[in-house]
Design a protein around this ligand. Structure first.
Ligand code: ADP
Ligand code: MN
Ligand code: MN
Ligand code: MN
Length: 338
């Protein structure tokens, strides 16, 4: 029987690129090949040269449709010369990964996000026109007054598992209506592939539950936590010794590197990295053991074991995982290669 392939790609939305998708029906036994779309409708091409080429790079079962149906993550190319589009951030990550794959970089991303009630426009759990009690009881909380939207995260987690994605955990976050799931540890490219597919599945569940999922880095101004994408990183050397842990942490703070990284860590970084709410200020770099007010945290267990990974706490929830993983691979692996 014929089956369906849902082709996914990153668009040209500004300032934050978004995921788009469309469906192709394939004959039984046929492979999902090169396809295309109208780039003039996604802010990626002019109307008179609108075709964009889609090239499949990662596929997995489609757990929403089930059966033989699949999801297909794609890179985007200009048909004129088959060069990657400027928005094809995976192509840049691919180059960096090819250069440093011998160091076996691994990433674990903590994706925070907020559920917005489409009728009130407020985060789920915020009473209409008012505020819930202050932060404190919500993080990893249990119970109807504290917790909103658990059905959707339970279903999303099951879908990620059925798709074979490297989902490694979930938790309720500090602000009501805010949640997190983690992807990893997997390599520089796989973490982006799995994260974008997991985001797609999450947005699809938002359609079903009539909740808008936002990756906005600071959805509520004031005394409410923002939403980040903490990025945990290691290489073979870091997983085997503490000197490499320190080398990697210091490489991220080197002259010029702080600005370069922040530019790729998502829209509204200054609004979230205020020095409050478990962040370091955007204009200050620091690293420390167990320090959730540092830019980069070395988990206590890693200091204890003298090996493991570091956590870059700066990336925003709305950052592109291909960009973040590419930057960290480039900066840290080049320092470790010296
Ligand atoms: P936090 O205490 O900051 O909330 P989490 O448990 O949410 O931490 O996330 C930790 C992440 O670190 C997970 O995604 C996990 O897969 C990842 N991780 C664990 N070990 C490594 C490693 N050696 N290299 C990279 N990532 C790792
Ligand atoms: Mn976490
Ligand atoms: Mn978190
Ligand atoms: Mn974290």
């Amino acid at each position: 029987m014929a089956y369906r392939a849902e082709y996914l790609w990153i668009d040209g939305s500004s300032p934050t690129p978004e995921i788009r998708s469309k469906t192709k029906i394939l004959d039984d036994g046929a492979e999902p090949g090169i396809w295309g779309y109208d780039g003039s409708s996604t802010n990626q091409a002019p109307g008179d040269q609108s075709d964009v080429v889609l090239k499949p790079v990662f596929q997995c079962p489609d757990p929403i449709r089930g059966g033989n149906d699949i999801l297909v993550m794609c890179e985007t190319f200009d048909p004129k010369d088959m060069s990657p589009l400027p928005t094809n951030t995976r192509a840049k990550a691919r180059e960096v990964f090819e250069k440093y794959s011998d160091q076996e970089p691994w990433f674990g991303l903590e994706q925070e996000y907020t559920m917005i009630d489409v009728t009130t426009g407020w985060p789920a759990g915020f009473p209409q026109g008012g505020f819930p009690g202050p932060q404190g009881p919500y993080y990893c909380g249990v119970g109807a007054v504290k917790i909103h939207g658990r059905d959707i995260i339970e279903e999303h987690t099951t879908l990620c598992m059925e798709a074979g994605l490297a989902i490694s955990g979930t938790n309720a976050e500090v602000m009501p209506g805010q949640w997190e799931f983690q992807i990893g540890p997997v390599d520089t490219l796989a973490v982006g592939d799995h994260m974008w597919v997991a985001r797609y599945l999450l947005f699809r569940m938002g359609e079903k539950y009539n909740l808008e999922i936002t990756l906005d880095a600071k959805p509520m101004k004031g005394d409410w936590n923002g939403a980040g994408m903490h990025t945990n990183f290691s290489t073979t050397a870091m997983r085997e010794g503490y000197d490499a842990i320190i080398t990697a942490a210091e490489a991220l703070g080197k002259e010029g590197m702080v600005e370069k990284h922040l530019a790729g860590y998502g829209v509204g970084i200054e609004d979230r990295l205020t020095g409050e709410h478990e962040t370091q200020r955007f204009d200050t770099f620091s690293y420390g053991v167990s320090d959730r007010g540092a830019s980069v945290r070395i988990p206590w267990q890693v200091e204890q074991d003298k090996q493991g990974y570091i956590e870059d706490r700066r990336p925003n929830a709305n950052a592109d995982p291909y960009v973040v993983a590419g930057l960290i691979t480039d900066t840290c692996c080049s320092a470790l290669a010296d």
